[in-house]
Design a protein around this ligand. Structure first.
Ligand code: ARG
Length: 587
């Protein structure tokens, strides 16, 4: 399909005497397949050619040599390209059949490196529901970039440093009556629940025993000095945090090449500050050290007056270190929109330092997760108020709910005919299916809209099999899989009579199949997984409409329709996988 587009662009460029790349960039998709596959808008040429766009389109239609298998025509101010009957089907199906899991779909990012900093929660406490956003958006972006041919490095910038670890150590010791031996001996018993209890319990404990605040500060200072007791406790706390996180990440299929927490940059801060100083941009301000980054935003604080470094200092060190280590062309920071100012400051400092990485740094912000409050209104689910449930619990809840739905459906289903008994699910299979559908539904809800739009957490609609939901799309895939299970061998594409795939609903599916690569490139362009989510949704809708209108088995066009079904299934499975949903075969 890409070769057709390139040939079309070249033919227009030859006729106009323009750069084919510029022409290709202007070529769009007509809103309706019946109008064709590509459209070249002539509006911007009107001024230079001193002619109406419609007249330019007519001229082009007369002069442009149509690529093989295609016809060109003027439609309003556009030059449209429509593939001849059969050609669209042949191209769409044969291309889709070459899709292989794990292999890139396009090569737009070939040879380039992208680093994706995502999820990156603060350690020492449990994940709350809203942490799903960075995690699933980041994981999807990693897969989407890889599908566009990029080399991807996924990094978790764990919040594993700061005074909160002094608090945890002080609490742990207090719980052992200040007996260090006992506290050390018990470290193996620490779980995430222990850490969370101490994290939440610190405030009330410090109200009862005010000296706890000083102790916590002192313990963090000792941690910074690498004092063995503090260090041993901290290491165990981080180990426990990462283990718990990894369990959640596995459920999302979220993978990291590196856990490089904030602590990793501790010994690189002196050099980072020296580098800033050398660039001549470090200024004193009320005893603190800052870098000015323009009149419209506050200066970036590098070191406080008491000598303490900050979140931003560590991000500066991280950006420089990552650039040197991974030679990145682009670095994405998938972090909520609330940190926009922070990233503006950090990137501006990097720019003033003339760091190579400055150009490729991109903050990929996203909106909030809204939940219903007591009054039934959508509101921010706050971690502190305790309204945010732990993320693993919500995943479990979704899985249980969808399993109940499936069991109810199975009960209401007509009894299976003799011999079909074995098609029923074993309890283990049902568990696995419910996990795929339940977690997938939550993931899809987070990805379906543009990322800056706040998402709404309402389990009933999220888990529904109707509407723009994960289960709806999964069901379209199941339908295709069901058709293919009924046939033994796939027909030979070389013998296909492609012109039999000419009905409108069929062409809708075909047209979408040819757009998969473009949508992937678009998702990379905008760092917007919703492009793929919306694509999957459209494809599922068109598949439902196709299977509703056309019999696949036992008709004249069966071989061709089967090939289409296979092609659509492969493409839908690939789109689902990019989003982080399992393409399930049965339900
Ligand atoms: N740990 C931070 C938080 O929970 C997010 C870190 C994002 N990544 C970064 N490089 N700053 O708010």
């Amino acid at each position: 399909m890409n070769s057709i587009k390139t040939a079309f662009a070249k033919a227009i460029a030859d006729s106009l005497g323009q750069d084919p790349l510029v022409v290709a960039g202007a070529i769009a998709r007509p809103p309706d397949v019946q109008m064709g596959q590509f459209a070249f808008p002539c509006f911007s040429l009107a001024k230079t050619l001193r002619k109406a766009p419609q007249a330019i389109a007519v001229d082009l239609a007369n002069t442009v040599v149509a690529p093989e298998g295609a016809l060109v025509s003027a439609v309003g101010g556009y030059l449209n390209l429509k593939l001849k009957p059969g050609v669209l089907a042949r191209l769409a199906v044969t291309e889709a059949l070459t899709l292989e899991p794990g292999l890139p779909v396009t090569d737009s990012g070939k040879g380039r490196n992208v680093l994706v900093d995502y999820s990156s929660p603060n350690a020492g406490k449990e994940l709350v529901y809203h942490h799903i956003r960075s995690t699933v958006i980041g994981a999807a972006l990693c897969r989407i970039y890889a599908a566009a041919g990029w080399n991807v490095v996924a990094v978790n910038h764990l919040g594993d440093w700061g005074t909160q670890f002094g608090k945890l150590i002080a609490m742990w010791l207090a719980e052992h009556n200040e007996d260090r031996e006992a506290a050390l001996a018990d470290l193996s018993q620490v779980t995430l629940a222990t850490l969370n209890r101490m994290y939440v319990g610190f405030k009330p404990a410090a109200q009862a025993r005010p000296e706890l605040e000083d102790l916590a500060r002192a313990w963090f200072a000792k941690l910074e000095e690498k004092e063995p007791f503090a260090r041993t406790c901290w290491e165990r706390f981080i180990e426990v945090s990462i283990a718990a996180l990894s369990e959640v990440y596995t459920r999302f299929g979220a993978k990291f090449d590196h856990f490089l927490g904030e602590s990793f940059y501790e010994d690189k801060l002196v050099a980072t500050i020296a580098r800033i100083e050398k660039a001549g941009i470090l200024e004193e301000s009320e005893g603190a050290q800052v870098v000015r980054v323009g009149d419209d935003i506050p200066p970036c604080l590098i070191r406080k007056s008491d000598g303490a470094t900050l979140y931003a200092t560590r991000d500066l060190a991280a950006a420089i270190w990552r650039q040197e280590r991974f030679q990145t062309d682009r670095a994405l920071y998938v972090v909520d929109a609330g940190q926009s100012l922070h990233f503006k400051q950090v990137f501006a400092v990097l720019e003033r330092m003339n760091e190579v990485c400055a150009k490729g740094c991109v903050h990929v912000p996203f909106g909030l997760v809204l939940g219903k409050n007591e009054e039934g209104q959508w509101s921010k689910v706050s971690t502190r108020s305790g309204t945010g449930a732990p993320l693993p619990d919500v995943l479990d809840r979704a899985v249980v709910r969808i399993r109940e739905t499936m069991e109810a459906l199975a009960k209401n289903r007509n009894p299976e005919p003799e011999g079909k008994e074995k098609e029923r699910f074993t309890p283990e299979e049902l568990d696995k299916l419910a996990e795929s559908l339940g977690v997938g539904a939550l993931v899809f809800n987070e990805l379906k809209n543009r990322r800056l739009i706040d998402t709404k957490f309402d389990l009933d609609s999220i888990l529904s099999f109707e509407g723009d939901t994960g289960p709806y799309i999964q069901f379209a895939h199941v339908r295709l899989a069901g058709i293919l299970r009924k046939v033994g061998m796939l027909p030979d594409p070389a013998k296909a009579r492609w012109e039999l795939l000419g009905e409108p609903q069929t062409e809708d599916v075909l047209s979408l199949l040819t757009q998969f690569g473009e949508r992937i490139d678009g998702a990379v362009e905008g760092n917007e997984p919703s492009s793929i989510a919306q694509y999957a949704l459209e494809l599922a809708e068109k598949i439902h409409s196709f299977t509703h209108h056309h019999r696949v088995l036992d008709v004249e066009a069966t071989p061709e329709r089967l090939l289409l079904v296979m092609a659509a299934k492969k493409t839908l499975a690939a789109a689902l996988t990019l989003l982080g949903l399992d393409p399930v075969e049965r339900m």
